[in-house]
Design a protein around this ligand. Sequence first.
Ligand code: COA
Length: 168
Amino acid sequence: MEVQLKPWSLDDIPDIARHANNPNIACNLRDAFPHPYTLADAEHFVSGCIGNDGIGQLCRAVVADGAVVGSIGLFLGSDVSRKSAELGYWLAEEFWGRGMMSAAVRQLCAEGFTRFDLARIYAEPFAYNIGSRRVLEHAGFSLEGILKNSVFKKGRLLDSCVYALLCP
Ligand SMILES: CC(C)(COP(=O)(O)OP(=O)(O)OC[C@H]1O[C@@H](n2cnc3c(N)ncnc32)[C@H](O)[C@@H]1OP(=O)(O)O)[C@@H](O)C(=O)NCCC(=O)NCCS
């Protein structure tokens, strides 16, 4: 299924709130991504994406067949990390396993390296999140290391991975 990325619009709030309200998504993300995920959470998120577009971040809605089905973003570092950006993403569960996020990651990283003076884009999936690790590998990221016991999620200590893509 073909994937497009588009800037966020306030019209996307109901769709994104519905798709994001899923424990199978939240359990793979930082606690800042809430569960349950309410309409107010979606309003806050989308408004922030619109207000800060291109200013320290580049957030896009993932679109398939004209519908918003996920979220992807680059978050620029500061100070000595200002040539690095962190990548984050999630997709509505009904669309998993069709290569959509691998395509979205490739698109956003290409745009990120074009728009910003970046040396590196990185992501830190939990080590058990094989699907996310495969997405990064498909998009050309390299595994730089595994951070033992670096994450405390839902009462459990977990390992996380550092994956990076260097500016071509
Ligand atoms: C991770 C996520 C974005 C993947 O999106 P997706 O569009 O399904 O990913 P793709 O289809 O592009 O690629 C997934 C790959 O992982 C594989 N995969 C997925 N789940 C897997 C699992 N549990 N075990 C092994 N492989 C798995 C798929 O087979 C595919 O590999 P392949 O193309 O080599 O066959 C989606 O599952 C998601 O939103 N998860 C919840 C949120 C999340 O984890 N976000 C990332 C945080 S770092």
